[in-house]
Design a protein around this ligand. Structure first.
Ligand code: NAD
Ligand code: TDX
Length: 331
């Protein structure tokens, strides 16, 4: 099987490539990645001899067309992925998430290639803080941010291309991922590396917002289940029943790193900040038999902290610039 992985030099894509090579050695992997600020050639260095890495834009129809033509399936991770960046400058999100996904769809349509589109639970908007309601495959789309609206647009394009042109596609909408190789702009790595560089962690607002955390390897195992046995035309929600408020996660990090529980700062809240996300993963569990393996959040977090401690050369060159950008915005 020849697999084209877009965005394979980003956080989730890198972990997908690593786990694919170890668990599916028969698969030949090509990565297409623009190596934006979020992509890292170094993340793929340990497997550089086992994959083909093409530096290119998913909105470039010529590059995409030729790579898709020689593939049996495409797993499409590439996107602009950070909400705060989207609030600051939405244009790259329109380009990569909407035009990029359109370009991938046209190529898989032309060449009759199977597509799995990786999306987010943020397309559903947010849920009230108090209550047991969770997102399901039939929850209406209601995105709040420039990021989530462009991801919602990309999902809609995939659905339309499936219905109108018979493109063989599946979609997954996953909750918040954590694990190794996540960019230091994101919540968990930002706080870990703040502690490691002698900064105080930064919490938006009161920290009551709730996210539903999943280890990146569990997300990627679900993507493989869907790629192998998912029903074409279907959407699957991926989540690991692990809702936590931001302040709880931050205080877990502080405790595991030997700091006081109040050794952090409250900073300006994110504009339009979604309150709560929560996934009902019943369909994925019952239909495809998927189960998360990393069910102990604390041990996953501890291993992630260890990874950042042991891989300073991977993140240190990015850290100061990220913190200066946040500081300019009062965050
Ligand atoms: P990331 O920002 O770490 O990586 C994105 C990768 O895509 C980078 O390597 C970047 O260089 C590449 N890229 C961006 N624009 C491109 C373009 N125009 N052409 C080619 N490559 C381009 O993101 P991530 O956290 O790994 O997220 C991957 C996917 O998973 C995204 O589609 C995101 O919406 C989705 N997702 C992420 C999460 C999460 O918690 N991180 C949760 C659910 C869904
Ligand atoms: O410094 C911070 N302090 C803080 O309190 C940062 C960076 C974030 N936060 C809060 C905002 C969110 O409530 O932490 C929560 C998580 O923030 P992010 O890591 O930016 O993630 P989120 O906005 O929830 O989106 C993530 O999950 C869904 C990914 O970035 C998306 O790509 C994915 O679709």
């Amino acid at each position: 099987m020849r697999l084209l992985v877009t965005g394979g030099a980003g956080f989730i894509g890198t972990n997908f490539v690593h786990s694919t090579l170890s668990q599916h050695p028969e698969v030949a992997v090509t990565v297409l990645d623009a190596l934006t600020y979020a992509g890292s050639r170094e993340s793929l260095a340990p497997v550089a001899d086992d994959i083909r890495l093409v530096e290119g834009d998913i909105a470039d129809a010529a590059v995409v067309g030729s790579l898709v033509a020689e593939s049996d399936a495409v797993v499409h991770f590439a996107a602009e992925s950070h909400v705060d960046n989207a609030l600051n400058d939405p244009e790259p999100f329109l380009h990569s998430n909407v035009v990029g996904t359109f370009t991938i769809l046209e190529a898989v349509r032309r060449h009759g290639v199977r597509l799995h589109h990786v999306s987010t639970d943020e397309v559903y908007g947010d849920l009230p803080l108090d209550g047991a309601q969770r997102f399901t495959e039939t929850t209406p789309y209601n995105p709040s941010s420039p990021y989530s609206s462009t991801k919602a647009a990309s999902d809609m394009l995939v659905r339309a291309w499936t219905r109108s042109y018979g493109v063989a596609a599946t979609i997954s909408n996953c909750s918040n991922n954590y694990g190794p190789y996540q960019h230091v702009e994101k919540f968990i790595p930002r706080q870990i590396t703040n502690v490691l560089t002698g900064r105080r962690p930064k919490l938006y607002g009161r920290g009551v917002n709730v996210r539903d955390w999943i280890h990146v390897d569990d997300h990627n195992a679900a993507v493989w289940r869907i790629l192998a046995d998912g029903q074409v035309g279907r959407t699957y929600l991926i989540g690991a029943d692990s809702e936590r408020s931001n302040i709880t996660v931050l205080q877990d990090i502080l405790r595991l790193m030997g700091r006081d529980a109040d050794d952090f700062e409250h900073v300006t809240d994110r504009s339009g900040h979604d309150l709560r996300y929560a996934i009902d993963p019943t369909v994925l569990r019952d239909e495809l038999g998927w189960r998360p393996q990393h069910t102990d959040f604390e041990s996953g977090l501890r291993a992630t902290i260890e990874w950042y401690k042991n891989n300073e050369s991977w993140w240190a060159p990015l850290k100061d610039a990220v913190e200066s950008r946040y500081e300019e915005r009062g965050q």
